[in-house]
Design a protein around this ligand. Structure first.
Ligand code: ATP
Length: 382
């Protein structure tokens, strides 16, 4: 049940749930200011001492201040669960922002009174975009999709080892590979053509239309601009010694002024060790965006985030992830052993510069990638 009050914050409604908790829209009783409050609950079980310890670590996030990084105002413990109070972003996730309907929502917002409040209707409309308008991969169909499992896949959450869906290396746990994930086909998204087939393979009409939508100059311009802002945010958090570890489109929001905010940075660090594992061996992060070194349980650095950024860019350019599979083991195998189809083989009219950047970001060896977010920024600006 939704709490009415969490500390001095009056809970107004639920913005959504993710792998480690629920985000509420709330009002600070002291200032009457609207905030977003993230109450952690899906992570490792903890007593109030552990929660307090975690909150003390979260306090470091309050010192961060950057226009592209969501502001953390406050932290606390509510019934043994840590919470973070953040700037409330009235906006869309990056994927929705880049969709046609997202564009409409944004232009309506800026042409009206300027208030861009995500209504539940807008949220559900934007969720539909993935399957209908945007031509994007069926994130919601795969058990290892990046989007909120609680909303779209029942109990299929896997991020931060959500209850009943934990995965350990080297052997993924059975519940995760159970019947639910077998029933859905994460490869349902149709490629414009079989990349292994002859060049004369006909391009399906509706798929060509989807690609056309992905390549609209307005959309590509917004994609590039958003990527530049994400690079600025990453450069900032990396300079502060943080690795995001769970970068994905739903952790990137864009407001009506087209200002990007990176969310959930640093949380993973506090929930996992250097290699991205929790104490009980569960992986922190979202499988689809994990670099090889994270899959292998190796220590992570800022270049892990750059890999995830590359997956995001690849997806947003092609409508499908670079690696897709029906089980985590297959996915990990592909990430470790195979090369993804070239962006421009899937989307022939994709922006070549962006495609080059995406491929360099998703190189398997961290040394072969761009080494810093600043380098990515420069490559995108060329
Ligand atoms: N500061 C914020 N302002 C407005 N909406 C937010 C804010 N933080 C999160 N949200 C929204 O709340 C919902 C849940 O967020 P949450 O971060 O819990 O989920 P997630 O990103 O899907 O998963 P994960 O826990 O793996 O990051 C998302 O729809 C997100 O856009």
């Amino acid at each position: 049940m939704r709490p009415k009050h969490i500390g001095p914050y009056r809970v107004l409604d639920t913005l959504g749930s993710g792998g480690i908790g629920t985000v509420y829209r709330a009002l600070d009783d002291r200032t009457n200011e609207a905030v977003a409050l993230k109450l952690l609950s899906g992570g490792p079980a903890m007593d109030s001492r552990a929660a307090k310890r975690l909150v003390r670590e979260f306090e470091a996030l309050e010192d961060l201040a950057h226009p592209n990084v969501v502001k953390v105002y406050d932290t606390g413990v509510y019934q043994s669960s840590p919470f973070l109070v953040m700037e409330l972003i009235e906006g869309l996730t990056l994927r929705d922002y880049l969709s046609l309907r997202g564009e409409q929502l944004l232009s309506n917002a800026s042409s009206s009174s300027g208030s861009f409040r995500r209504s539940p209707a807008a949220d559900s409309a934007s969720r539909e975009l993935d399957s209908e308008d945007d031509g994007l991969a069926p994130f919601d169909l795969s058990a290892f999709a990046e989007e909120a499992p609680s909303e779209e896949m029942g109990s299929g959450g896997m991020r931060f080892g959500t209850t009943g869906s934990a995965a350990r290396l080297p052997v993924p746990m059975d519940p995760w590979l159970g019947s639910d994930s077998d029933e859905v086909d994460p490869l349902e998204f149709e490629l414009p053509y079989d990349v292994t087939a002859s060049e004369t393979e006909p391009v399906k009409r509706e798929t060509a239309a989807r690609l056309e939508e992905l390549n609209r100059p307005e959309r590509v311009g917004r994609l590039k601009d958003a990527m530049l802002q994400v690079c600025e945010a990453l450069a900032y958090i990396h300079a502060h010694g943080l690795v995001h570890r769970d970068l994905k489109p739903s952790n990137i929001m864009v407001d009506e002024d087209r200002q990007v905010r990176l969310m959930d940075f640093g949380l993973a660090k506090f929930l996992a060790d250097d290699a991205g594992m929790t104490l009980d061996g569960r992986m922190v992060g979202t499988f689809r965006y994990m670099p090889p070194e994270q899959i292998l349980g190796e220590p992570l650095d800022a270049r892990a985030d750059l890999y995830s950024l590359g997956v995001v860019l690849y997806e947003l350019m092609t409508g499908r992830p670079p690696f897709d599979a029906k089980s985590p083991v297959d996915l990990w195998h592909k990430v470790l052993e195979t090369e993804p189809p070239p962006v421009l083989a899937i989307n022939q009219r994709g922006d070549p510069q962006l495609a080059r950047v995406a491929h360099r970001l998703i190189r398997k060896e961290p040394d072969d990638r761009f080494q810093t977010a600043e380098e990515v920024y420069e490559a995108l600006s060329e």
